[in-house]
Design a protein around this ligand. Structure first.
Ligand code: SAM
Length: 285
C-alpha cells in the first residue's frame, strides 16, 4: 500500500518507542492497575481500548498519557497517527506482544491498542446550561455500562453532557468507556450532589424533567424547552420522592406489556429522542 496515509516512518521514530516483553514490567502493571477504581481515582487516569475509540479521542484533542500497542499496529496508518499524537503531547508509547496486551485489556483478542488517558471532570460553576438544548442528570447510577450507553446517546442527539448525582458508579471504568464508544471524550461529565445541582440549576434556569413510574403525564404530551435537564432515577430505586417533587414536570413512558420498567439507558434514549425531535422541529437546521 502506498500513498499519503503511509507516513508511519516519518511520523514516529523507532527510538521513541519502548518495547516491553514482560507483563510484570512496572509500566505495564501501572496501566493494568487502572482496571481498579481506587487506582483510577488515585492517578486521575482511565483506560480506553481499540483503535476506533482511541482515534475518536485523538480527533477530539485527547492524547493518551500512555499508549500501548502491538508492533503491527504501529505499522498501520491509524496506529502511527495515535503514536505520533501521544508523543507530541509528551506521552509514552509502549510496544508489547499480543499476550501482554491481552492481559492489559483483560480479553483474549485485544483490539490492537490501549491508552491511559487523563479523566476530565467539569465543575458546574464553569458551565453554561445553555451550551446545548439538553443535559442528562443521572441519580446514583450503579452500572457503568448504562452510563456509557447514556453518554453515547447524549452525544448522538447533541446534548451537552451528563451530570452524575450522589454516589454514582465510575463512568471511566473500561466497561463504561467501551459502552460510550468514544463519546466519553466529547460529553461534559460532572460529579456533584443533588443540592449543588439544584442550586446551580436555579441560577441557570431551564426545565427539570423527571422520569418516574409514579408520573401520570405521558412523555409525548409534554412540551420540552431549552435547556431541558432530563432527570433519570437509579436502576433499583428510581428517583427519591424529594427529587421528584423538585422537578418542574414528571413524565412516564407508557408500557403496555408486563415489564415493570425500562432499563435506565433505554428509558434515557427514548426520552432523549423525544426531546431532540421536539427541539429540531422548533429549531430546524
Ligand atoms: N424500580 C425502579 C423504580 O421504581 O423506579 C425502576 C427504575 S428504572 C430501571 C430506572 C429509571 O429509568 C427510572 O428511575 C426512570 O428514570 C426510568 N424509567 C424506566 N422505565 C420508565 C418508565 N416506564 N417511565 C418513566 N421512567 C422510566
Amino acid at each position: 500500500m502506498t500513498g499519503p496515509a503511509m507516513t508511519r516512518h516519518s511520523a514516529v521514530s523507532e527510538g521513541s518507542i519502548r518495547r516491553i516483553a514482560s507483563p510484570a514490567n512496572p509500566a505495564v502493571k501501572a496501566v493494568r492497575a487502572l482496571h481498579q477504581k481506587k487506582n483510577r481515582s488515585a492517578t486521575g487516569l482511565f483506560l480506553a481500548e481499540g483503535l476506533r475509540i482511541l482515534t475518536e479521542a485523538v480527533d477530539q484533542g485527547h492524547a493518551p498519557q500512555t499508549l500501548v500497542l502491538l508492533p503491527d499496529m504501529r505499522e498501520a496508518p491509524m496506529g502511527a497517527r495515535l503514536a505520533a499524537a501521544t508523543l507530541a503531547a509528551g506521552g509514552e508509547v509502549i510496544e508489547v506482544s499480543e499476550a501482554v496486551l491481552a492481559k492489559i485489556a483483560r480479553k483474549d483478542n485485544p483490539q490492537g491498542a490501549v491508552g491511559a488517558f487523563p479523566q476530565v471532570w467539569w465543575n458546574l460553576e464553569d458551565l453554561d446550561a445553555r451550551a446545548a438544548f439538553c443535559w442528562v442528570v443521572l441519580e446514583a447510577p450503579r452500572d457503568p455500562g448504562n452510563v456509557g450507553t447514556v453518554l453515547r446517546t447524549a452525544d448522538a442527539v447533541g446534548a451537552a453532557g451528563v451530570i452524575l448525582l450522589d454516589s454514582a458508579c465510575d463512568p471511566y471504568s473500561l466497561e463504561g468507556v467501551r459502552a460510550s464508544m468514544g463519546s466519553v471524550f466529547g460529553q461534559r461529565l460532572v460529579r456533584t450532589t443533588f443540592d449543588a445541582f439544584a442550586a446551580w440549576r436555579a441560577r441557570q434556569g431551564g426545565q427539570l424533567v423527571g422520569t418516574s413510574l409514579n408520573a401520570t403525564a405521558d412523555y409525548q404530551g409534554v412540551a420540552y424547552s431549552r435547556p431541558t435537564f432530563l432527570f433519570m432515577g437509579n436502576e433499583q430505586s428510581g428517583l427519591p420522592a424529594a427529587y421528584e417533587r423538585a422537578c418542574d414536570t414528571l413524565v412516564r413512558l407508557p408500557m403496555r406489556g408486563r415489564a415493570d420498567s425500562l432499563n435506565l439507558a433505554v428509558a434515557t434514549s427514548v426520552m432523549l429522542y423525544e426531546i431532540y425531535n421536539q427541539d429540531r422541529r422548533a429549531w430546524p437546521g
